[in-house]
Write a protein that binds this ligand. Structure first.
Ligand SMILES: NC(=O)c1ccc[n+]([C@@H]2O[C@H](COP(=O)([O-])OP(=O)(O)OC[C@H]3O[C@@H](n4cnc5c(N)ncnc54)[C@H](OP(=O)(O)O)[C@@H]3O)[C@@H](O)[C@H]2O)c1
Length: 275
């Protein structure tokens, strides 16, 4: 087998990032661009998409001959909206090779109070939404025998997180989706993997974890004793999309400052060390 000289080069690839207008999705879009890919970001709020495209444009400006960044209004709960986004990626950027399923919402409340509607919406956005996007892109990937799907799961895919039951169920199911597609679609040249971020303050969870007891308990359970940054999740995405991961299929990589590795040992938080 030929040895690639630049293992992390994404030149020539086009990526669609759902939920790509903010947080982790936007950081992944930025890193993809910086590694040579062309990127289209999508979410429901057009103003956020426009703003994200402006930010991404500022990194690597579009020029008339070689468009590198696009944006699309996208709702992963709608098949029509997804088909439109995939078509836009093809029309605007001339192909599609990578999809990142990063669209997501949060619902925190005691499990006794969780409604069917809330649980179903969460599942539909995270899991069925990722499935719909993967299917739409998968048709193209199968035809070209080349494709990469990255599902943004969570450490809630692995362990319990308090009072976010619908979210944790959906994120566990995303790992199941990753396993299933990795198994069934590898023969079409499609690799499917996941990333399980630890706690990254974003619009999704900032109010839950910044300056709260919950946040303090999380930090006490995190060997690196800090929250992560969205940019620290992007490296795993570049890796999974790149030639460096050409034999990697069906894994969900935790990027969590050691949260999952921390058992019932002593707290490692800096303020505890002073006590
Ligand atoms: N932050 C963390 O600590 C953490 C940890 C583990 C996993 N994650 C996962 O990482 C992913 C990104 O979250 P984030 O933390 O970066 O939060 P975020 O900034 O709120 O990003 C989520 C994005 O998803 C979009 N979205 C929501 N529903 C959508 C839909 N139906 N169709 C299309 N887009 C939709 C939102 O934009 P619109 O509202 O405009 O649609 C938003 O831009 C999520 O899947 C989340 O569960 C986050």
């Amino acid at each position: 087998m030929a040895i690639k000289t630049d293992l992390f080069d994404l030149t020539g690839k086009v990526a669609l990032v759902t939920g790509g207008a903010s947080g982790i999705g936007l950081a992944i879009a930025r890193a993809f661009l910086e590694h040579g890919a062309r990127v289209i970001v999508g979410s429901r709020t057009q103003s956020k998409v426009d703003d994200a495209v402006r930010q991404l444009d500022a990194i690597i400006p579009n020029d008339d001959d070689d468009l590198t960044v696009g944006g699309v209004s996208l709702d992963v709960q709608s098949e029509d909206s997804i088909n439109h986004a995939v078509k836009k990626a093809m029309d605007l950027l001339g192909g599609l090779h990578i999809v990142v399923n990063s669209a997501g919402i949060m619902c925190k409340k005691p499990t006794f109070d969780l409604t069917d509607q809330e649980a179903n919406q969460l599942y539909d956005i995270h899991v069925t939404g990722a499935l719909r996007v993967s299917q739409a892109a998968g048709h193209i990937f199968r035809e070209q025998h080349d494709g990469c799907i990255i599902n943004i799961a969570s450490i809630g895919s692995y362990v319990s997180l308090t009072e976010v039951t619908a979210y944790a169920c959906a994120k566990s199911a995303m790992m199941g989706l990753t396993h299933s597609l990795a198994n069934e679609w590898a023969k079409y040249g499609i690799r499917t993997n996941g990333i399980a971020p630890g706690f990254i303050p974003t619009d999704l969870n900032r109010k839950l974890i910044e300056g709260t007891d919950r946040g303090r308990r999380i930090l006490e359970h995190t060997p690196m004793a800090r929250f992560g940054d969205s940019a620290e999740i992007a490296g795993a995405a570049v890796y999974l999309a790149s030639p460096a991961a050409s034999f990697v299929n069906g894994v969900t990589i935790p990027v969590d400052g050691g949260y999952l590795a921390c058992g019932a040992g002593d707290s490692v938080a800096p303020w505890e060390k002073d006590a």
